[in-house]
Design a protein around this ligand. Sequence first.
Ligand code: AMP
Length: 269
Amino acid sequence: MKIITSIFDLNKEIKDYKNIGFVPTMGGIHAGHISLIKASQNKKSKTIVSIFVNPAQFNKIKDFKNYPRNIKKDIVSLKKLKVDYLFLPKTKDIYKLKSKNFVLKKKDKILCAKFRKGHFEGVLKVMNILMSLIKSKDLFMGEKDYQQLFLIRKYLSKKHNVQINSCQTIRTRSKVALSTRNKLLNKKSLKKASDIAKFLHKIKLKSKSHSLIYLDLPNHKNELEKKFNIKIEYLEFRDNKTLKLNNFKNEFRLFIAYNIENIRLIDNF
Ligand code: AMP
């Protein structure tokens, strides 16, 4: 695996952009990331993984500082997977480059965009830079961050002529969606996250087999908040394709964001 830390080396190393699959990450490599890497390796002859903890997408400096990082361990995991290139850009090199400032349309200011002001603008700005540098025609992204996937498709895929390949959420046996942030959770919080995931999974199953008017989401929200002592930002059924509030005619997902011991988790079912 070649580790590339400068844009100069990136341009020198990567000659055939058509052949390369791109997996952008913030590191803390886990089985979720690995599933994206494997999907890229199945489709493309080369794979590049980037690790960049993007300051612009964090709302609080403390959250940015506390974000779990373990680059040495990540390098070992990526080498084992036979990843071809690891791109580890420096923050100053990324921000030196010009990028459009993205402004979300009003109808996109929902879910995390509503609760984390500026978050997706930061994601889009840096993804725009990474995509112009790497020029891959195939990106691999997880459904775990469904709204991110949706917005990158909407705002960036045409511009860069890129296909966004979406990959299913990978969970632990106890149904918790894998996430680098889970490393910040203690045992008790992880157990709560597992019980919440199992509960929501059941609601999603019920929603498929019962008439949805009987599914009282605000009631479930209160119940979860009380039972687990958590603060839920949103719990909403939304359309898979448009992310509009669901009329239950099309395929839909149940989206949640909540804080557990001050750690913000998101998931969808
Ligand atoms: P992150 O490092 O958290 O920014 O995630 C990098 C990529 O991995 C994003 O496309 C995420 O959606 C994806 N990802 C993160 N967690 C999972 C998971 N549990 N299953 C599948 N993909 C994931």
